[in-house]
Design a protein around this ligand. Structure first.
Ligand code: DGY
Length: 327
């Protein structure tokens, strides 16, 4: 506890006012306001004595950080739906609650996946560079030819909330056939979008677009490797708006250069940020955004509110609004 018996918290970056206000009203909060994340040694100092930490996906929240915080740490509230940056088992062992922010970013993330899908398929970014570079001299019957979308097959890897939201767009708007792989069946998606759960190899070989919506864990890490890309159509477009390490970046580069797939649209890379000298960045058939899928006003406000609620509930040792480890 801090002064006036208010709980002490460290907020690792400025978050929208919608959540920050709640935290400042109830806690003795220190907020890291710099645009870049706190350096590790600074972070370890800042969390010392805190009852709660509001973290971002840029912070590794592991045993070292929990030790640095101390035994009074009760909650880690991640400002993200993904929580691969947190050692949840370690937190659970220490009876520290972990929260995330699902739901509020579903539609924004599905929109971004679709934006990447259509940009990569229709070569929008490459075309803009062409115009900006002063190369547009005439209308070209053979220029900038991309892939059609209507009636094609979309393969969704992970038919959870976001995968389902993308399926709805592509089935309802573009008449696409939807295939998916998932550990679980999603009967609502099957009914609404006529989605079919298929084997991994079937998804890869039959899909015109493959979009990733699984979380990053030891099973999904590197699942899009050389073998996976080799099984895809040469006209296929690969989209990843989940986590970068789910694809092997060098293998993706080789698949794009070698024409094993047509194009890729990435909102996530490995590492992040991607080195701007990475040859992948220069490829005309790879569209890369800097991890902005949840970047809309309502999504980020919603994330901030949930993260603040999670933080306060955890400090009071109450169940979190959106929990990762039930306690
Ligand atoms: C998440 O929430 O996990 C995104 O990657 C960032 O919004």
């Amino acid at each position: 506890m801090g002064v006036n018996n208010r709980p002490r918290v460290f907020v690792t970056r400025l978050i929208p006012e919608a959540g920050l206000r709640i935290i400042l009203d109830h806690c003795e909060a220190e907020v890291w306001e710099a645009p870049l994340p706190p350096p590790r040694e600074v972070l370890l100092e800042k969390v010392a004595g805190c009852d709660g930490i509001l973290s971002l996906l840029t912070e590794q929240v592991n045993a070292e950080l929990m030790d640095a915080a101390g035994a009074q740490l009760k909650v880690i509230s991640n400002f993200a739906v993904g929580f691969n940056n947190i050692d949840v088992d370690e937190a659970t062992r220490r009876r520290i609650r972990v929260g995330n922010t699902p739901g509020v970013l579903t539609e924004a993330t599905a929109d971004m996946a679709f934006a990447l899908l259509i940009s990569a398929s229709r070569r929008i970014v490459e075309a803009q560079e062409y115009v900006r570079g002063g190369h547009w001299k005439t209308w070209e019957p053979l220029g900038h030819i991309g892939q059609d979308l209507v009636g094609k097959t979309l393969g969704i890897v992970g038919m959870g909330r976001i995968g389902h939201a993308l399926a709805r767009r592509c089935h309802g708007g573009w008449g696409m056939r939807i295939l998916y792989v998932d550990k679980f069946r999603n009967q609502v998606a099957e009914e609404e979008c006529h989605a079919q759960q298929v084997e991994w190899d079937t998804l890869l070989s039959e899909s015109d677009f493959v979009s990733v919506h699984v979380d990053l864990n030891p099973e999904t890490q590197g699942m899009f490797d050389r073998d996976a890309f080799a099984k895809m159509k040469s006209t296929a477009v690969f989209v990843n708006s989940a986590r970068g390490p789910i694809h092997r970046q060098q293998d993706l580069y080789e698949a794009l250069v070698g024409g094993e797939i047509f194009a890729a649209g990435l909102d996530v890379t490995d590492p992040e940020p991607v080195d701007f000298k990475d040859p992948l960045v220069q490829l005309p058939n790879c569209v890369i955004a800097p991890h902005i899928a949840s970047g809309t006003v309502s999504s980020r406000n919603g994330m901030a509110e949930i993260a603040a609620d999670n933080l306060l509930a955890g400090i009071q040792q109450q169940p979190l609004r959106c929990w990762v480890n039930p306690m």
